[in-house]
Design a protein around this ligand. Sequence first.
Ligand code: ATP
Ligand code: MG
Length: 399
Amino acid sequence: MQQIVIRYSEVGLKGKNRHWFENLLIKNIKKHLSVFGSCQISKIHGRIILETAGEVLPVCNALQYIPGIANFSVAVSASHDMTDIAENALLLTRKFLENKKVESATFKVSARRADKTFPMNSMQLSAEMGGQILDELPALRVDLHHPQMEIGIEIWPKNKSILYLEKIPGQGGLPSGSAGKVISLISGGIDSPVSSWFMMKRGCTPIFLHFHSFPFVGEQSRQKVIDLVAHLSRYQPESTLIIVPFSDIQKAIKTDCSEKNRTLLYRRMMYHIGEKIRKQYHALAFVTGEAVGQVASQTLENLNCTAAVTTVPVLRPLIGMEKSEIIAWAKKIGTYDISIQPFPDCCTVFQPRKPEIHGHLRDIEADEAHLEVEKLIAETMEKLEIMNFQTQTQDKFWS
Ligand code: ATP
Ligand code: MG
C-alpha cells in the first residue's frame, strides 16, 4: 500500500464546523478517485491519509485539482523508534539521489512533532536525523535555506511517524459543495471559465449556463463550451451544463428593439432565463467573467442595467483584473488553449455598430418592453439541452 498524506487549508480553521468540512472533502476525494479502484481514507491529527494499492502518479495528478487541499505528500511511515525513522530517512534520500541521477545534493531535515510525548523536540530531531544521514552519505551537504532536497518528518501519536520528500501544492480554498450552488454564465471566451474556477475554489458548485445562437454561430462554438466544462469538471465531482438556444430571442431583439441596446438586451434575457433555471436548481447567485470597462457592455452603468433583472448577487471574481492577469489564470487552470480557438460567441450576432456605453435602466427597460419577454422565456425553457459530467469519467486526464 502506498500512502499519501493530505493537508487541507482553510478547512482546518473552521472551528465547530471543521468535521463537516473535513467529511465533505473526504467525500469529494473519494468521488474524484473512484476511477482508480479502492483507496482507503482516514483522518489523523488534522490530516487526511489516503492509502492506495494502485499507481500513485495518477492519484497525485487527480488530487491537484480538488479544492480544499492545501498540499499533499507521498509518504512512508515508521514508528517512533529512532533507528526505524533513520532507516526510512535514508531510504528516501537514496531514492532522491537515484531519481536525480546524482551522487550528492544539498539537503535539510524538517521535523514536526504532533505528539509532544516524543522525547526530542522538532529542532533536536531534525539535527539528529541530519547527522545520521551525513554519517551514511558524507557527500551530501546541509543547506537550511535553499536545499535541493527537504526531508519532512512528522511525529504522530500512537507510535507512528511519517516521512516524505515533497509537498505537492493543491488548489487551496474550500471543498466543492460547501458554499452552495451558483449559476455560472459561461461563454467560450477566456474570462468566464476563469471566473467559474475562482468560485469553485470558494466551495461553490456552478451550474454552467451557455447561450448558443445556432445557426448564426456553428457547432464548433457549442463544442468549445462543452470542452471547457469537461475541463472544469476536473475541479468538482459533478458538473451540469445547460445549453440554451438563443437565436429566436436575438432575432426578436433585432426586429423589435433599438440597435444600440442589443448587447444589453441579450444580457438581460440571459438573466431572465437564468432566473428561471436558478430557481429550479436552488442556486443562490450568478457568476460572470465581467471586469469593469473591459468592453462596452461592462461599464458600471451597463453592469447595473443587466444585473437589475435579478435580486440575487451577481458574483464577478474578475471585476478588478486586467486581461493579462486573467490570461495568466486561464493558462494556470488549463482553459486558455480551449478558449482561444477562434469560434464566435452568440454576442457577436447582429452586433450593434455603436453600442450603448452608458445605459440608463429606465430606457433599457422601456426598450425591453417591446418584446414579449414571458412568451420568449417560456418557449426557450422548452428547448434546453442538459449535459452532465462526472469528474471520474474524465479519467483520460489523469494519465
Ligand atoms: P472574453 O471576454 O474572453 O471574450 P467573456 O466570456 O468574458 O470572454 P464577454 O463578451 O466579455 O465574454 O462577456 C461577459 C460575460 O457575459 C461573460 O464572462 C459571461 O459570464 C457572460 N456571457 C457572455 N456570452 C455568454 C454566453 N453565450 N452564454 C452565457 N454567458 C455569456
Ligand atoms: Mg470578457
